[in-house]
Design a binder for this molecule. Structure first.
Ligand SMILES: C[S@@+](CC[C@H](N)C(=O)[O-])C[C@H]1O[C@@H](n2cnc3c(N)ncnc32)[C@H](O)[C@@H]1O
Length: 262
C-alpha cells in the first residue's frame, strides 16, 4: 500500500464497517480493527475482490456472501466442556451458590451454537439445583443451532463420557437439560443484560475481539448484572480490568473466576 493510498483506504474500510453495522446489526465499532480487517480480507480474497468499495458491491448483490462474512466476523468455535479444567474449577462455586439459593439464574453471553449453555445445564443438573440459563449471541445462525441442539460427535471431545451418557441421546440434550436453556438474540456491546440479576455470568472467548473501551464497558455491565454473592467466569483467555476489577474479588486467577461481595 502506498502512503497516499492509506487515507482513502481507511475511509473505505470505515464506510464498509458502518454499512455492515447499519444493515446487519453487528456493531463493528466495538471490534478491534485488526481483527475486522483480517477477516474481511479473507472473504475479499475468496471472492477475488481487491477494494473495500468493490466488496461492498458484492455484499449488495449476494446475500449468501453477506452471511459468509457475518460467520467470519463472529468466530463461533466452541465445544461442550471446552477447557474442562475451567468447569472443574467452577464446580465448588456452583455448589456454594446452590446451597445459598433455591434456584440459579445464569447468563451465557456469546453462547455460539449452545455447547456452553448446555454444559452449564448439565452442571446444574449434577449439582441438583433448579435454574434458568439465558443463552445469548449476536449471530442468528448460532442461535438457530442452539435451538435445534443437534450436535456432531466432535462437539463432545472434551466432555466426560459419563456425563454425555447421562444427559445426551443421539447428540441431543435430554429434555431436563434442554429445558433449562432459554435462547435469545442479544448484542453484548449495545443491549442491556436480558434479565438480571444473575447468580452466574459466563462469558468466554468473546471480549478478546473487542476494543479495550468496549471491553471495559462490558465488564461494568456484567458486574452490575451480578447478584450480590454472584460469580463471573471469564476463563483463561480474558482478564477483568478497569473499574469493574475493583468491585469483584479474584477467586481463581488461572480460570479467571471472580465473585461479587455479598
Ligand atoms: C468463539 S465463540 C465463544 C463461544 C463460547 N462462549 C465458548 O467459549 O466456547 C464467540 C461468540 O461470541 C459471539 N459474539 C461476537 N460478538 C458478539 C456480540 N457483540 N454480542 C454477543 N455475542 C457476540 C459470536 O457470535 C460467537 O458465537
Amino acid at each position: 500500500m502506498t502512503k497516499g493510498g492509506a487515507a482513502p483506504q481507511e475511509r473505505a474500510f470505515a464506510a464498509l464497517t458502518e454499512k455492515i453495522s447499519r444493515e446487519r446489526g453487528v456493531s463493528c465499532g466495538s471490534y478491534k480493527d485488526k481483527c475486522l480487517k483480517r477477516r474481511i480480507a479473507v472473504r475479499m480474497r475468496a471472492r477475488g475482490v481487491h477494494t473495500y468499495e468493490d466488496y461492498a458491491k458484492v455484499l449488495d448483490q449476494d446475500a449468501h456472501e453477506y452471511q459468509e462474512l457475518l460467520d467470519a466476523l463472529t468466530i463461533n468455535v466452541t465445544k461442550f466442556f471446552r477447557n474442562v479444567e475451567t468447569w472443574n474449577a467452577l464446580r465448588p462455586y456452583l455448589d456454594a451458590l446452590a446451597r445459598a439459593r433455591p434456584r440459579l439464574r445464569v447468563w451465557s453471553a456469546g453462547c455460539s451454537s449452545g455447547e456452553e449453555p448446555y454444559t452449564i445445564a448439565v452442571l446444574l443438573a449434577e449439582v441438583g439445583v433448579p435454574g434458568v440459563i439465558d443463552a445469548t449471541d449476536v449471530d442468528r445462525l448460532s442461535l438457530e443451532r442452539t435451538r435445534q441442539a443437534r450436535y456432531p460427535e466432535t462437539a463432545f471431545s472434551e466432555m466426560p463420557v459419563t456425563l454425555k451418557r447421562r444427559y445426551f441421546r443421539d447428540g441431543q440434550p435430554l429434555e431436563p437439560v434442554r429445558a433449562l436453556v432459554r435462547v435469545r438474540a442479544h448484542d453484548v456491546t449495545r443491549e442491556p443484560p436480558p434479565e438480571p440479576p444473575y447468580d452466574l455470568i459466563v462469558c468466554r472467548n468473546v471480549v478478546i475481539y473487542f476494543e479495550r473501551q468496549a471491553q471495559e464497558r462490558l465488564f461494568q455491565v456484567f458486574v452490575d448484572a451480578l447478584a450480590p454473592g454472584g460469580v463471573l467466569l471469564l476463563g483463561k483467555v480474558e482478564t477483568l480490568f478497569g473499574p469493574a476489577r475493583e468491585r469483584l474479588k479474584l477467586a481463581d486467577p488461572r480460570e479467571r473466576i471472580y465473585t461479587k461481595p455479598a
